[in-house]
Unconditional design. Structure first.
Lengths: 115, 112
């Protein structure tokens, strides 16, 4: 079945450091890929998405590129801030044409940014 | 900004008891979902709901689970006879178009 694997956390960085959170997936066909973020005390929020190979999703300085050849969707940010401290979830959905298919999530990576 | 709200935020119950978790989705959304996360594990899909019926459900969503949209605003998850392994954080989500899901803060269920 479908699965998503993320790097284990917590990941602790200093402010202004470069961030990479690895995500790889296993799925049949052409899934859509997502990164969700959960700030302390809040629900999961969509951070960015990509629906086909080589698409780059970006938002709030974060980027991720859909790499079909390596089945990866790594999250990157050039200079992190304390406010980026949160749990980040990589996810996929099998259907690319809408519908109510469920998302398959990774375990989440807890990111801690120190001032 | 509209948001998905869930109640209760934390519920403690005895094994074998029935539990109802409540969700108020964003008002113009048409797609509704329940997910759960057991501590230290992945966020797992339970069920999706559209047009007043279940669209998809996972293997986890067995006969002890049910969902309902009783009054056009609430979306509930009922667990008929809770087991220890049902202890988890349960997330409700809604979507206008099934693409971007908006999640609630979660309801933590502890089964003793």
């Amino acid at each position: 079945g479908d699965s998503v694997t993320q790097m284990e956390g917590p990941v602790t960085l200093s402010e202004e450091a470069f961030l990479t959170i690895n995500c790889t997936y296993t799925a049949t066909g052409y899934p859509s890929l997502f990164w969700y973020v959960q700030y302390p005390g809040e629900g999961l929020q969509l951070l960015l998405k990509a629906t086909k190979a080589d698409d780059k999703g970006s938002n709030k300085g974060f980027e991720a590129t859909y790499r079909k050849e390596t089945t990866s969707f790594h999250l990157e940010k050039g200079s992190v801030q304390v406010s980026d401290s949160a749990v980040y979830f990589c996810a996929l959905r099998r259907s690319s044409g809408g519908g109510a298919d469920g998302l398959t999530f990774g375990k989440g990576t807890h990111l801690i940014i120190q001032p | 900004e509209p948001e998905v709200t869930q109640t209760p935020s934390h519920q403690v119950t005895q094994m074998g008891q029935e539990v109802i978790l409540r969700c108020v989705p964003i008002s113009n959304h048409l797609y509704f979902y329940w997910y759960r996360q057991i501590l230290g594990q992945k966020v797992e899909f339970l069920v999706s709901f559209y047009n007043n019926e279940i669209s998809e459900k996972s293997e986890i969503f067995d006969d002890q689970f049910s969902v309902e949209r009783p009054d056009g605003s609430n979306f509930t998850l009922k667990i008929r006879s809770t087991k220890l392994e049902d202890s988890a954080m349960y997330f409700c989500a809604s979507s206008e178009n099934s693409w971007e899901l908006f999640f609630g803060e979660g309801s933590r269920l502890t089964v003793l």
